[in-house]
Design a protein around this ligand. Structure first.
Ligand code: NIG
Ligand code: FE
Length: 420
């Protein structure tokens, strides 16, 4: 018989238990916090969530993990990262501080383009080796599921190479890793600066890259940076619908810096998520609220860009949308691996309640990856993705900002981050 592990002696257990789908609007207010409740795990799955004494009676031979009066919670689902990249981009950070905008840096051939030059010059082994400690840092904050996008290759071969590195990470690292093809992160410079170049690049993505990605199962999702000055809504529609026909579900970098109607497009084509949304228009909010597309907000990005602006997360929730949080971990706009800090920003900057932030970080993060039936809840049948934090109240995690309070995390029942 599969051995059982019991997680016991928690001060609070945040279950997020409920329907296996995104929670929208007022549903986000209840994070299912209970006391005296433990979790039983067999293999990769949660088999029971019940009172500690009941679990001890039911599984007398189980191993026990002592939560030490801490908080037992689902592992965070980080549904938007760009974890596979080469070097950091310090110079750009300072350049923005002097007033040069993000898109202007890109126009000059920096920004994403500098990460592209860098990635192309590195071996697969180097990229893999650089990503491993980054994933460990995410795990140390309680993240047990990580989406990783390609998008710094921007040739068919380098995009495929990036997705192979992501696959190798998925096969070797303890966290659950989900891949997204972001070949439409930018128009590569060698295509951008000549007539017809951008159409050629989009055609390469649709007809050369996507078919291989879909056939080899190298990614679940196709994503695009849909933003005035990068890719238009019309281009995004054509590309993403082509991906959908091949079996790649759609995600978008939508309305990040300027409103271009990308959120409404996401809703219209049935994208799994629309991400960023700091410049979303009221019509975009209404469109997301009326759709099943998860509105993923990335407060670390807006903080780091220093725009003084954040996505209207409260308005999205009040309109009835399902809001998720993520780090957007990347070298340009969000060199952030601390999910707990995202939780703080969710309350302080986005004005979510602590319960809403927890639901956004767990159930709704899972829904943003099409995994709401698999992870994001402490409930029987769900994957054993969980974390223990050294706090005795779920509100303390966003409150003690910048602290390192996660003492252990497990994905599929396996340790990602050791206890002490
Ligand atoms: O999500 N906005 C586009 N993509 C990333 C940033 C990528 C970069 O600057 O390297 C983002 O913010
Ligand atoms: Fe991003």
């Amino acid at each position: 018989m599969t051995p059982t592990t019991l997680f016991l002696n928690a001060a609070q257990t945040l279950t997020a238990a409920g329907p296996a789908r995104a929670r929208r609007g007022g549903e986000m207010a209840d994070a299912g916090v209970q006391q005296g409740i433990g979790v039983a795990v067999q293999g990769e799955r949660i088999v029971a969530v019940d009172r500690d004494d009941v679990l001890r009676q039911r599984f007398p031979d189980a191993l026990e993990v002592d939560c030490d009066r801490g908080l037992l919670a689902p592992g965070f689902v980080d549904s938007h990262t760009h974890t596979v990249f080469g070097a950091a981009r310090f110079a750009e950070h300072e350049l923005r501080a002097t007033g040069v905008p993000y898109l202007e840096i890109a126009r000059r051939g920096g920004g994403i383009h500098s990460s592209v030059r860098d990635l192309r010059a590195r071996t697969d082994d180097e990229l893999f080796t650089l990503a491993v400690p980054r994933l460990a840092r995410l795990a140390a904050g309680g993240v047990t599921t990580v989406e990783i996008k390609s998008g710094y290759g921007l040739t068919v071969a380098d995009e495929l190479r990036t997705l192979q590195v992501i696959r190798r990470l998925a096969q070797t690292q303890p966290q659950v890793i989900v891949a997204t093809c972001l070949g439409a992160h930018e128009v590569p410079l060698e295509f951008r600066d000549r007539a017809g170049g951008r159409q050629e690049w989009l055609a390469l993505l649709m007809h050369e890259l996507f078919p291989v990605v879909a056939r080899e199962g190298l990614a679940e999702f196709a994503d695009i940076f849909c933003e005035p000055g990068v890719f238009t809504v019309e281009e995004a529609r054509e590309l993403l619908q082509h991906g959908q026909r091949l079996g790649l579900r759609a995600k978008l970098h939508a309305d990040e810096l300027h409103d271009g109607g990308a959120a409404a497009l996401a809703a219209d084509i049935g994208a799994v998520s629309a991400d960023h949304l700091a410049a979303i228009a009221p019509s975009g909010i209404a469109a997301l609220a009326a759709s099943d597309t998860v509105a993923t907000v990335l407060p670390g990005t807006m903080l780091f860009l220093g725009t003084g602006r954040q996505a209207p997360a409260r308005k999205l929730i009040e309109a009835g949308a399902a809001v998720a949080l993520a780090t957007d971990f990347n070298p340009g706009t969000s060199p952030l691996t601390s999910y707990p800090l995202v939780m703080t920003l969710a309350v302080s900057e986005l004005r979510l309640s602590a319960s809403e932030a927890w639901i956004a970080a767990t159930v709704n993060g899972a829904a943003a990856l099409g995994l709401a039936g698999e992870t994001g809840q402490l409930a029987p049948g769900f994957r054993a993705d969980l974390a223990i934090h050294a706090v005795d109240d779920f509100r303390a995690l966003p409150y003690w900002f910048g602290e390192r309070l996660c003492v252990g995390s497990w994905a599929r029942g396996r340790a990602c981050h050791p206890m002490r």
